[in-house]
Design a protein around this ligand. Structure first.
Ligand SMILES: NC(=O)c1ccc[n+]([C@@H]2O[C@H](COP(=O)([O-])OP(=O)(O)OC[C@H]3O[C@@H](n4cnc5c(N)ncnc54)[C@H](OP(=O)(O)O)[C@@H]3O)[C@@H](O)[C@H]2O)c1
Length: 264
């Protein structure tokens, strides 16, 4: 049974794997034996993550400078990864950005930046790694969505569209590539304590209390909370699971947490 979750001999590319949720997932896949490619823009941050994973898990780790908003950058990064580590078996489309403002305040460049990073970038990464996965006889793609993959939020219209799009992309790629033994699934995080949400907590003073009150688990998530879901979706354990999403949200997406004292 243990072998179901082994990732030895696999190579996983994690976009945005140099921090936050992506680093949590890269750590988890490395702990299960996978070699890791960290693909992100900030070279110093990537170098730090590469050293940390090598030291902790002893697997092969490569950092590639990649901007998922640029197709040429994705192609160069994927080519470098395949050249140095031989193949890509697992892709985690995690790189993501957000701008919080009302829809009427969005500039078109801001809309394009968010959609190009979060959605078009995920599509282009999947398209670019596809030949390597097909040649290897199969593969795993894990797309990182959000609670806004399921419902809208007034202050993040562009982000929410990108994350609903991520779910649709997950379903479409899963159907298209099932015959190639490539499983495509999504993880939908709830409210997670990362650099992405630090500014939200500063800008919206009531947010921390709201998250703790509404999340049945009673706390924010942390990057390490993604370990089990990521290993499951990257491993043979999920061989017959595709076009599915898994919420890692402490129960947030299920709705408000009515106190048990007033429940019928
Ligand atoms: N935190 C939450 O509560 C939460 C909730 C729901 C969903 N998510 C999703 O989870 C994912 C990770 O978010 P996080 O919270 O861990 O945020 P984070 O700490 O800000 O990490 C975002 C990562 O994406 C990378 N990135 C951004 N733009 C990129 C680009 N153009 N090309 C390549 N890499 C890029 C960043 O690295 P560089 O700056 O070095 O490029 C960084 O490593 C995102 O997709 C986000 O939407 C987060």
């Amino acid at each position: 049974m243990k072998d179901l979750f082994r990732l030895h001999g696999k190579v996983a590319l994690v976009t945005g794997g140099n921090g936050g949720i992506g680093k949590g997932i890269a750590d988890a896949l490395a702990s299960a034996g996978s070699d890791i490619v960290i693909a992100a823009r900030n070279e110093a941050k990537t170098a730090g993550a590469v050293e940390d994973i090598k030291k902790k898990f002893g697997v092969r780790v490569l950092g590639v400078t990649m901007d998922v908003g640029q197709e040429a950058s994705i192609q160069a990064g994927v080519a470098k990864a395949i050249n140095e580590l031989g193949r890509i078996n697992i892709l985690v489309n995690n790189a993501g950005v957000n701008i919080r403002k009302m829809p009427q305040e969005y500039r078109v460049e801001e809309w394009d930046w968010i959609l190009n990073t979060n959605l078009r970038g995920a599509f282009l990464c999947a398209k670019t790694v596809y030949p390597s996965m097909k040649d290897a006889g199969g593969g795993k793609i894990i797309n990182i969505g959000s609670m806004t993959s399921l419902f809208g939020l007034g202050r993040v219209a562009a982000y929410a569209c990108s994350k609903m799009g991520i779910l649709s992309l997950t379903y479409s790629l899963a159907l298209a590539w099932a015959a190639d033994n490539i499983q495509v699934n999504a993880i939908l995080p709830g409210w997670i304590d990362t650099p992405l949400t630090v500014s939200a907590r500063k800008d919206f003073p009531g947010l921390n209390d709201f998250v703790c009150r509404r999340t049945p688990a009673g706390r924010w998530g942390k990057p390490a909370d993604f370990a089990g879901a990521a290993i499951f979706l990257a491993s043979d354990a999920s061989g017959y699971v595709t076009a599915e999403y898994l919420r890692v949200d402490g129960g947030f997406g299920q709705g408000g947490n009515t106190p048990t004292t007033v429940s019928p």
